[in-house]
Design a protein around this ligand. Structure first.
Ligand code: ZN
Length: 310
């Protein structure tokens, strides 16, 4: 039984509690970020992700975000996590910089992943608010959000660097891959991180009363839509364990946010997107995407969990 304190704001905490009840983190060691020799059907792996910190000079949010990231070696950890996942033909910088607002992006000209210090600052701000009274939620939230955003940008990188075909909006595809990459993390941390990122999208979502043409025309799905997608894929990966995510009609003490009408298609949705991304990325990836079975374990290599102490 999941305690009531984590009903709405703590979706990720619910997920961790539900998952921890049936599986323990197996403490699997992170795959090596070192380059590996290509075998038949595999792309060359001669590059690595290179962490970098640019200056933060203007806003307090950016300065705070830089301090949080640099003091805790967050970009180094993210670069290591990416290095354990992708086969790279060349070095790819992962650059922290001041951008003038909350953002992160793949820079196709410089062929680098940019993580704006304001993003770290916002993630820390919301993590502090969400972890009030339950401090152990801070790291799950902060790490979940920053990993998922970084993995999303790696999706743009993969599409560009490997010239992958896409149908539909690239932003949605990148969210799919981010979730699948995070779900390679064994045990409660992986599913909890995806749920934490869903919490974040709910936290920063605009009031529907303010929506206008720009909201609907944006290349990104609405934040609420992104949040529900993540919950759907989390549930679809482990439906036997994560029923706690689903809203059950007629139950006044409902705990989950994911409407049942969507939930019933999530297992199929998850399987299809996992299969599609596995096909697309097969020559370029070192891990099996997603959760391989109902215990939350993965069959082979898994992305290392980043743990920060703040
Ligand atoms: Zn994007």
């Amino acid at each position: 039984m999941v305690p009531n304190w984590c009903r709405w704001a703590g979706t990720a905490a619910m997920v961790v509690a539900a998952t921890a009840a049936c599986t323990a983190d197996d403490g699997e060691k992170p795959a090596s970020a070192a380059t590996t020799t290509a075998t038949a059907g595999q792309a060359p792996d001669t590059g690595k992700f290179v962490p970098k910190y640019d200056r933060a000079m203007l806003s307090e949010l950016a300065k705070d975000g830089k301090s949080v990231a640099q003091d805790n070696h967050v970009i180094e950890d993210l670069a290591e996590a990416l290095g354990a996942m992708y086969r790279l033909p060349k070095d790819v910088p992962v650059v922290g910089m001041e951008c003038g607002g909350f953002n992160a992006y793949w820079d196709p000209e410089k062929q680098s992943i940019v993580l704006c210090y304001e993003m770290f600052g916002e993630a820390e701000k919301y993590a502090r608010a969400q972890s009030e009274g339950r401090p152990d939620y801070f790291n799950l939230y902060f790490d979940g959000v920053t990993r998922m955003i970084t993995f999303h940008e790696s999706g743009h990188m993969a599409i560009d660097l490997y010239s992958l075909p896409t149908t539909g909006r690239e932003e949605d595809s990148a969210d799919q891959l981010a979730a699948l990459l995070e779900l390679t993390t064994p045990g409660p941390t992986g599913v909890g991180s995806v749920a934490a990122a869903a919490d974040f999208w709910f936290d920063i979502s605009d009031d529907p009363g303010t929506f206008d043409a720009h909201s609907f025309a944006d290349e990104h799905s609405l934040s609420q839509v992104r949040a529900y997608n993540l919950l759907c894929w989390d549930y679809g990966a482990l439906p036997d364990v994560l029923g706690v995510l689903v809203t059950m009609p007629g139950e006044p003490d409902q705990k989950g946010r994911l409407p049942l009408e969507r939930a019933i298609s999530c297992v199929d949705e998850y399987k299809k997107m996992r299969g599609s991304w596995e096909t697309l990325l097969k020559p370029y990836i070192k891990v099996n995407l997603g959760v391989s079975d109902a215990t939350g374990a993965t069959t082979t290599g898994a992305a290392p969990a980043t743990t920060t102490t703040r």
